[in-house]
Design a protein around this ligand. Structure first.
Ligand code: ATP
Ligand code: MG
Length: 431
C-alpha cells in the first residue's frame, strides 16, 4: 500500500478505508495497552491509536518509546471520532518506528534566547511553520503580480567592488586581496538593465551592517527591487498601491489559516482598499509637532516618528517629498521645489513604519555628477553608473521593499527576526 498524505484521511470518502501514512510525532500517551499518537506531516496532523493486541507486542513497545519529533509509519483504518481534534482517528493495524529520536529539547516555556540558539529545531514549531509558508505564498504572489505587469525578473550581482550608498553599512570582505562588499541594494544594476528591458525587478538578499539593534533591522534580508522606465512619482505610488493591495488580498485568499495562526484576521487584509493616504514631508512635520515631537525642516523621520504617524492608521500611507539633504544623491529634485526630492516611503500602519523606500531617479548627467560630488563619495567609483546618463537616459523611478518588514506588519510580529527562519542580527550568526 503506498503512502498517502495525512490530509487524505480527512477526505469525505476516506472514512472506513485503509490508509498508509507516515510522519513526525507531535504528542504521545499510552494507557492500558493503547497508544495515542498525534502524527504530523506537511499536510496536517492526525490522531493515531494503536492497540497492543492488534499491532503486536514488539511493534507496540517500540512505538511506545518514540520521542516527540520521532518518526513512525502507520497502516490502518480511518474512523470518525468526536474526541479527536478534527473528528477522525486512524486505528493502526501495523505501526513501524522509522526514527525513535532522542528527547526533543524544545518546549514552550523556554527563553527566546534558548529558542534562537535552537532555531534549526524551532523551525518545526507551529508559528515558524506558518510563517515560512506565508512567506512562500507572499513571494509567489509578488512574482505573479510582477509577471502580469510585464516586469522582468533579473539577477543582479551581490558581490561588488564598491559600496552603493556611501558604505557605512556595507559588509566588507577580502576579494582575492582587494576590498569587496556585500550588496546593500541592486538599484544601480537594475537601472543599467532598464535601458534594454524598461521594466525590471530583482528579488535578492541585501546585507546591511546595522549596528543598532532594533526590532525592524536584520543584517541580511530579502529585498524586492523594482525599476520602471517612463514613470513619475504618481505613477510609482499607483504601482506600489496596486501591488500591495494585490498581494495582501491574495494572502487573505490563499493563506487564511496561516494568517490566523500568526495573529492577523484575513478579513482585515481582504478589506483593505485604496487610495492609501498620501502625506507630504512638510505636512508630516505639522502632525508630529501636534503630537509634541521636536521636529523641524531637515529632521529625519525615524522609528519613533514613523510610529506616531501610523499608529492610528489601518492601511499603509505614502510619505513623500523629503528634503534633499536627508535622501540619496540619485533622487530627482522636485521640479516645483528645489528643496525637496521626488521620493516616497511607504509606512505600514498600526505603528510598524517603513516597508518601502522609493524615488524618481535623476536622469541628467550634470546634475547627477554635482549631487554625487556634494554627497562626498568617490565619484570615480560611480563612473559606470554615470555612463547610464550618457547613453539614452530616460525618466524612471523605482523602489525597494523589505519582504520581512512587510511580513512583520502583516503578522503583527514584535521582532522582524520572527519573520524569517534563520535571522541574522548583530548578535546572531548561527545557526
Ligand atoms: P531604515 O531607515 O528603516 O533603516 P532604509 O532607509 O535604510 O530603512 P532603504 O535603503 O530605503 O531603507 O531600503 C529599502 C527597504 O529595505 C526599506 O524600506 C526596508 O523595507 C528594507 N530594509 C532596509 N534596511 C533593512 C534591514 N536592516 N532589515 C530589514 N529590512 C530592511
Ligand atoms: Mg537603514
Amino acid at each position: 500500500m503506498s503512502v498517502v498524505p495525512i490530509s487524505r484521511s480527512y477526505a469525505p470518502d476516506a472514512l472506513e478505508t485503509r490508509v498508509h501514512v507516515r510522519g513526525w510525532v507531535l504528542r504521545s500517551r499510552s494507557s492500558g495497552g493503547i497508544l495515542f499518537l498525534l502524527l504530523r506531516d506537511r499536510t496536517g496532523a492526525l490522531q493515531v491509536t494503536a492497540k497492543r493486541d492488534v499491532v503486536g507486542e514488539e511493534a507496540f513497545r517500540a512505538a511506545e518509546h518514540v520521542q516527540v519529533e520521532g518518526v513512525v509509519e502507520v497502516e490502518g483504518t480511518v474512523y470518525a471520532d468526536h474526541r479527536a481534534s478534527r473528528g477522525r482517528e486512524l486505528r493502526a493495524e501495523s505501526i513501524r518506528v522509522l526514527a525513535a529520536g532522542e528527547p526533543f529539547p524544545l518546549w514552550s516555556e523556554q527563553t527566546e534566547e534558548f529558542r534562537l540558539d535552537h532555531r534549526h529545531l524551532t523551525v518545526r514549531t507551529q508559528e515558524l511553520v506558518a510563517m515560512v509558508r506565508l512567506k512562500a505564498t507572499l513571494l509567489r504572489a509578488l512574482r505573479e503580480f510582477l509577471d502580469r505587469e510585464e516586469v522582468l525578473e533579473t539577477t543582479p550581482p551581490i558581490l561588488s567592488g564598491n559600496a552603493a550608498e556611501g558604505g557605512t553599512e556595507a559588509f566588507t570582505l577580502d576579494y582575492f586581496g582587494r576590498p569587496g562588499y556585500l550588496g546593500q541594494t541592486a538599484q544601480l544594476y537594475l537601472e543599467a538593465l532598464l535601458a534594454p528591458h524598461e521594466r525590471v525587478y530583482s528579488l535578492t538578499t541585501s546585507f546591511r551592517a546595522e549596528k543598532s539593534r532594533t526590532p525592524r533591522h536584520l543584517t541580511e534580508y530579502l529585498h524586492l527591487e523594482v525599476e520602471l522606465a517612463w514613470c513619475d512619482l504618481d505613477g510609482l505610488m499607483e504601482f506600489i498601491e496596486r501591488m500591495l493591495l494585490d498581494v495582501l488580498h491574495e494572502l487573505a485568499r490563499r493563506s487564511p489559516e496561516e494568517l490566523r495562526q500568526l495573529g492577523r484576521e484575513p478579513a482585515e487584509l481582504a478589506e483593505l482598499a485604496g487610495p492609501f493616504p498620501r502625506l507630504g514631508y512638510a505636512d508630516s512635520l505639522e502632525r508630529l509637532k501636534a503630537k509634541q515631537f521636536d521636529v523641524h525642516w531637515g529632521t529625519d523621520i525615524g522609528t519613533a516618528e514613523e510610529r506616531a504617524l501610523t499608529l492610528e492608521e489601518r492601511a499603509p500611507i505614502f510619505l513623500t517629498r523629503f528634503p534633499k539633504e536627508i535622501k540619496a544623491f540619485y533622487m530627482l529634485e522636485t521640479p516645483t521645489d528645489p528643496r525637496t526630492v521626488e521620493a516616497v516611503d511607504v509606512l505600514a500602519p498600526e505603528g510598524y513604519g517603513e516597508i518601502i523606500g522609493g524615488s524618481c531617479r535623476e536622469t541628467d548627467l550634470e546634475r547627477l555628477t554635482h549631487r554625487l560630488t556634494a554627497s562626498g563619495v568617490n565619484v570615480e567609483e560611480y563612473a559606470w553608473y554615470l555612463d547610464l546618463r550618457r547613453y539614452g537616459s530616460v525618466p524612471h523611478a523605482g523602489f525597494g521593499l523589505g519582504v520581512e518588514r512587510l511580513l512583520r506588519w502583516i503578522t503583527r510580529s514584535e521582532h522582524i527576526r520572527d519573520t524569517t527562519p534563520f535571522p541574522r542580527t548583530p548578535a546572531r550568526l548561527t545557526p
